[in-house]
Design a protein around this ligand. Structure first.
Ligand code: DX5
Ligand code: ZN
Length: 222
């Protein structure tokens, strides 16, 4: 298996009073992309960060920014997020009626297209349009908060998604998001994920260089 593995620190767990420095530290650690969680207080019971923070972040890093929209009516905001600096946009299937149209909209705006699925959502609809996507994001916690416990069943979902993609010879990224830490990152890789979001698992650690390289080492052994 020759899969490219990517580690995506979620800045939801960073210290927002010194975000620039936090980004530099994860860059030094070898982060591959920056995961940016947008919450609207409607699709999820929490409110986080949005366009102005993304614009600032865009100036602070050359790494691709992976924007995870946990918002209702995402079609209203996709263009703005891409203009503000998103390289990759994930929209939730639970709030999206026409997935191929959404993917086309994200790509037309100039970003890579991804669809996210909640723990209780079946992957069928997303898999049905996998050929028009760049990534599938599997939530391994209920979206809304960092620092929650990993839902172990998500590994089965990742496994069946990867199996289906392989059967159809589709080489998409499969991202896993929520509760990913040093002790389960290899399980996620083994199940077929190749993009690993980690918030508290990285920012809760004192030495980002050490934790990111240790995660990478564990994934590499899979
Ligand atoms: C949860 C977010 C996640 C979160 C991950 O709703 O989508 O990206 O920040 O944080 P941890 O890794 O702490 O679960
Ligand atoms: Zn996320």
């Amino acid at each position: 298996m020759n899969r490219v593995f990517r580690i995506a620190p979620s800045i939801l767990s960073a210290d927002f009073t010194r975000l620039g420095e936090e980004i530099r530290r994860v860059e030094e650690g070898g982060a591959d992309l920056i995961h940016f969680d947008v919450m609207d207080g409607h699709f999820v019971p929490n409110i986080s960060i949005g366009i102005p923070v993304l614009q600032s972040l865009r100036k602070a890093t050359e790494l691709p920014i992976d924007v995870h929209l946990m918002i209702s009516e995402p079609e209203r905001y996709v263009d703005e997020f891409v203009k503000a600096g998103a390289d990759l946009v994930s929209v939730h299937t639970e709030v999206c009626r026409d997935l191929p149209a959404m993917a086309a909209k994200i790509r037309a705006a100039g970003a890579r297209a991804s669809i996210a699925i909640n723990p209780e959502t079946e992957p069928d609809r997303v898999l049905a349009c996998a050929d028009c996507l760049d990534m599938i994001l599997v939530m391994s916690v209920h979206p809304g908060f960092s620092g929650q416990e990993f839902i172990a069943d998500s590994l089965d979902k990742v496994r069946s998604i990867r199996r289906d993609l392989e059967r159809r010879k589709l080489d998409l990224d499969v991202e896993i998001d929520g509760g990913i830490k040093i002790d389960n990152v290899a399980d996620a890789a083994e199940a077929g994920a190749n993009v690993f979001v980690s918030g508290s698992g990285i920012f809760g650690h004192e030495d980002y260089v050490e934790i990111i390289s240790e995660m990478r080492a564990r994934i590499a052994r899979v």
